[in-house]
Design a binder for this molecule. Structure first.
Ligand code: TYD
Ligand code: MG
Length: 452
């Protein structure tokens, strides 16, 4: 029998090496390598299953993906239309964000559609899961739970007749075939590999919960991303009840969708109208606050951009932004300095996206510029008006994608006017909204923000 060979694996990113290394070439982390027992390779001559015959794609059966809906629309949409058979989904997020709660509610949703999800808990006892389900007001008799951390035992359970399986969490599992402790890279890879392969062969959707700390340093999610079909991140912070579910990888759907939830005393509530939530605390008539519709997947979402421009006592004034790329804000500030001679070099500039939302598209440039201008001159931006447009280095306002859904969302939320790129003015896309086309940043400031 061939001898098992020692391998070393980076605890952080999963980089493998046959030698111990002081610093990981993959993620540059120091002292992150640990030993992993590797199974002996199969003896020469032993044969695995026969290799499949190559075939042209036109001969490959396009399987009907019998999707299962959890009934939580925000979740089903992020998944790409419910759970696909055999899909392995990693649900990742910081401890306490609500992963277990989401899974339990999804299990109840499946149960309401006569689907049985087995919830395997390694983190909590079955009694604790019961307490949570009671608190959530779920039908206890329809939920199935097993407190188990042994991979082999879970594999046996998977052979039974379930419609879906959830394991909470992957970090608690261990296989008797490996010597490392639960949560070590070897154990995580082994558990995910075996459960995933079994789920595929049985066409069983499998959820794996993976904890991640703020700096993403715990072994698990990073290393697991390659082993699963779908990676979902559940985000939110302790101070706020808002929770965002994002797909980072999805073999069965788009990665642009987000699901919006709110953690309440009775579990996760779905936020069908996130725009209202993001705008709920918007100060009326305050300078520096501007609203813009951003696209999250196919869904437009109104968010509030806030800017604070104030005289700086520092030789090197501060430039800080939350929820939007600082480099982008720096660039827009530079455009304002150069193209409209707005003095910013002796001001602190802060930009914040309210409610913990994030901007990652240039279509919000015009809103950021408007917020900066409004704060600088200390006059509120016009009421009930959204700002949409990309800003170029010459100060020109450029067209954006998906203008129509953005305008529709603004109208739905009670806005009456939209400042848009001049190039879009001719298109008959806005019913019920007054369109205010602008060609340049300087025109924006003069026509709509009270600059002389
Ligand atoms: P949990 O689902 O246990 O998080 P995770 O599995 O990601 O660690 O949720 C834990 C938090 O959610 C906890 O701080 C309490 C809060 N919570 C509520 O506010 N309402 C509820 O109905 C439930 C079940 C939890
Ligand atoms: Mg949990």
């Amino acid at each position: 029998m061939a001898k098992a060979k020692t391998q070393y694996v980076c605890r952080r990113c999963g980089y493998r090496s046959t030698k111990w290394l002081g610093r990981c070439p993959g993620c540059q982390q120091w002292e992150s390598f640990e030993e992993e027992g590797v199974q002996a390779p199969a003896p020469a001559g032993a044969r695995g299953p026969a290799a499949p015959r190559p075939a042209p794609l036109s001969h490959v059966a396009a399987e009907e993906l019998g999707r299962m809906l959890t009934g939580l629309e925000e979740l089903d949409r992020v998944l790409g239309g419910g759970l696909a058979p055999g899909a392995v989904t990693l649900l990742s997020g910081e401890p306490g964000v609500g992963k277990s709660t989401l899974l339990l509610q999804a299990a109840a949703g499946l149960a309401a559609r006569s689907r049985r999800l087995l919830y395997v808990t390694g983190e909590e006892s079955a009694a604790q899961v019961r307490l949570r389900a009671e608190r959530l007001g779920l039908d206890l008799s329809a939920l199935w739970v097993a407190a188990e951390t042994r991979v082999e035992a879970i594999c046996e359970m998977m052979a039974e007749d379930w419609d879906a399986l959830a394991v909470d969490s992957i970090q608690t599992l261990s296989s008797a075939e490996l010597s490392g402790p639960a949560g070590s890279p070897g154990q995580i890879r082994e558990a995910a590999g075996r459960l995933g392969a079994l789920a595929k062969s049985r066409g069983l959707p499998l959820w794996l919960v993976g904890h991640i700390t703020k700096d993403g340093s715990i072994a698990g999610p990073k290393l697991l991303e390659h082993l699963v079909d779908t990676v979902l991140y559940f985000e939110g912070d302790r101070e706020r009840s808002l929770r965002l579910l994002r797909a980072f990888k999805n073999r069965f759907g788009s990665v642009n969708e987000i699901g919006v939830f709110e953690m309440t005393g009775a579990g996760l509530g779905q936020v069908g109208n996130p725009s209202a939530l993001f705008l709920s605390e918007r100060p009326e008539g305050a300078s520096g606050s501007v609203v813009t519709p951003v696209m999250e997947g196919r869904r437009p979402l109104l968010i509030e951009v806030q800017a604070l421009v104030s005289a700086s006592p520092l030789a090197l004034p501060r430039r800080q932004s939350l929820g939007v790329d600082s480099a982008r804000v720096g660039l827009l500030a530079a455009v304002l300095e150069k193209k409209v001679r707005l003095k910013l070099f002796d001001r602190d500039v802060f930009v914040n996206v309210a409610g913990g939302a994030k901007i990652n598209e240039p279509a919000a440039d015009l809103a950021i510029v408007a917020a900066l201008g409004s704060s600088w001159i200390d006059l509120p931006a016009p009421a009930r008006t959204v700002f949409i447009g990309e800003v170029g280095l010459a100060g020109e306002v450029r067209s954006v994608a998906h203008l129509e859904p953005r305008l529709n969302e603004a109208r739905k939320m009670g806005f009456t006017r939209a400042v848009i790129p001049h190039s879009e003015a001719k298109k008959p896309q806005a019913r019920g909204l007054e369109l205010l086309p602008v060609q340049s940043v300087s025109q924006l400031l003069r026509a709509h923000l009270g600059f002389k």
